[in-house]
Design a protein around this ligand. Structure first.
Ligand SMILES: [Zn+2]
Length: 464
């Protein structure tokens, strides 16, 4: 049988399996916990380790980019072909805190391989998923006989993701010219499950607000004054009650302006996923599912905007009773946003809606935290089709599509660089991100290697 590129990739990957796993284990031994100042030196050591490894992989340019916090790693490997598109890979080299006494069966920073899995902090989130790119690009070269990748390949691996990426946006803005790309590949997500390879096509955005209402200048007697002055706790409750209509739609005028609706094709593909609502509800620790009428649970979580009350309070909450009209009350609300929604517009409509409903005699303060924008790559985008084809070649299966209900720094790359964001992750829900006994499935890890080995050729054609 002749060596097709696919079998050449597979053979090359198999030949380098042991060395690859040894290297990954060495990296996992560095406890690069960005949240804990005592590990600052380890986070830097992790960046230096990765930079050296990328140099060894063949990247002619590797740099450590300092930020006011933890350092990021940048690497670049030009294609040499003047027509080649440029692709930027994003991941992170910092990890969540971990200690044996949290419930780990083995030392979180002494990785072990058991039952086809590698256990250790960062195995899946995100060192394993960054690392498959190193062997992937070598397999790409070996299988195609090239000396440089088919695309101009760039990597940006940040060191503060697990601490909320406080300096990431500024770093991307400052280095935008070096980071310029035709597409961004984010390898910090997962697939549906072990048997269902999927590509994530977008993440929701997030806008958070706090509404504080002030009534009398201090708590006052509800017998002497009750019924005759406005009560801020009642006013907060009225606001919350008016947030949704009877169909679970958000009743703030203008909230849905610009929303990108699901296409029939996306809905059909979501419906092909082996979704089991009963087991999803067990994970949710909830007795029933509810939400916007006309949408499935997955559609509600992935593709519809939401308004959730995260906290509400005011007045006396102690034992027994205290007959007062409280002087203040507050509610914290978070809005998940979908493609097409603009966080600045959301702030305006929320403010206008709340202010129109606050009764006379109640003062208010409405504050918004910095927002995260939504991102979404349409199913027919050539770069997304290339990712799905590369994954299909590695897995030998039909690739389905998911979205992510949460929000992340990927949107900064989309906004600042003006490039579509694609998500290539091979992690599965059982990998235990942020939890004890985090692991990565070795079979999937090597499927990740093979996917990236196919990806650069596919993207070079798709984006040319
Ligand atoms: Zn991560």
């Amino acid at each position: 049988m002749s060596d097709t590129p696919d079998s050449a990739v597979h053979t090359y990957t198999e030949q380098h399996r042991t060395a690859f796993l040894d290297d990954l284990a060495s990296w996992l031994r560095i406890p690069s916990v960005s949240a804990q100042p005592e590990h600052d030196g380890d986070v830097r050591r992790s960046a230096e380790w990765l930079s050296a490894k990328l140099r060894e992989t063949g990247f002619p340019v590797t740099e450590i980019w300092d930020t006011p916090g933890a350092p990021a790693v940048f690497a670049e490997w030009p294609s040499g072909d003047p027509d080649a598109p440029t692709v930027l890979v994003y991941g992170h080299h910092d990890v969540q805190p971990a200690a044996r006494e949290d419930g780990w069966d083995t030392d979180p920073f002494e990785p072990v391989i058991r039952d086809g899995r590698m256990y250790g902090r960062g195995a899946a989130d995100d060192k394993g998923q960054v690392f498959f790119h190193t062997l992937g690009v070598r397999a790409h070269l070996a299988a195609t006989g090239r000396t440089a990748p088919a695309v101009n390949l760039k990597l940006l691996i940040e060191g503060e993701e697990e601490s909320g990426s406080p300096h990431f946006r500024a770093l991307v803005e400052e280095r935008a010219a070096r980071l310029a790309a035709d597409a961004v590949i984010v390898s910090d997500t997962g697939m549906w499950d072990e048997n269902t390879p999927t590509v994530c096509t977008g993440m929701r955005g997030l806008a958070e607000c706090e509404i504080e209402l002030y009534g009398p200048e201090q708590d006052i007697h509800s017998g002497s004054f009750g019924g005759a002055v406005p009560n801020p706790a009642t006013a907060v409750a009225r606001l919350v009650a008016a947030l949704h209509d009877a169909d679970g739609r958000i009743a703030i005028p203008g909230f849905y302006d610009g929303v990108t609706e699901l296409t029939a094709a996306e809905r059909a593909l979501f419906a092909e996923l082996p979704f089991d609502e009963a087991s999803w509800l067990r994970t949710a620790r909830s007795r029933s599912a509810s939400g916007e009428a006309g949408y499935s649970t997955l559609e509600r979580v992935w593709a519809r905007p939401t308004a959730e009350v995260n906290g509400i309070g005011g007045g006396y909450q102690g034992a027994g009773s205290k007959t007062i009209i409280p002087s203040s009350a507050l509610v914290k609300i978070s809005f998940r946003l979908v493609a097409g929604q603009d966080p600045d517009h959301i702030q305006q409509v929320v403010r206008a809606w709340a202010e129109a409903r606050i009764p006379a005699g109640i003062r208010h303060r409405i504050t918004f935290s910095p927002a995260t924008r939504p991102c979404l790559t349409p199913l027919d985008h050539p770069a997304l089709r290339a990712v799905s084809r590369a994954m299909g070649r590695a897995f030998g299966q039909k690739i389905l599509f998911t979205r992510e209900g949460g929000s992340g720094p990927a949107a900064d790359l989309q906004d600042v660089l003006g490039a579509p964001v694609l998500f290539l992750g091979i992690s599965v829900p059982s990998d235990g991100w942020h939890a004890p006994n985090e692991k990565v499935e070795l079979d999937l890890l090597f499927k990740g290697v093979e996917t990236t080995a196919h990806l650069w050729g596919e993207l070079a054609e798709a984006l040319r």
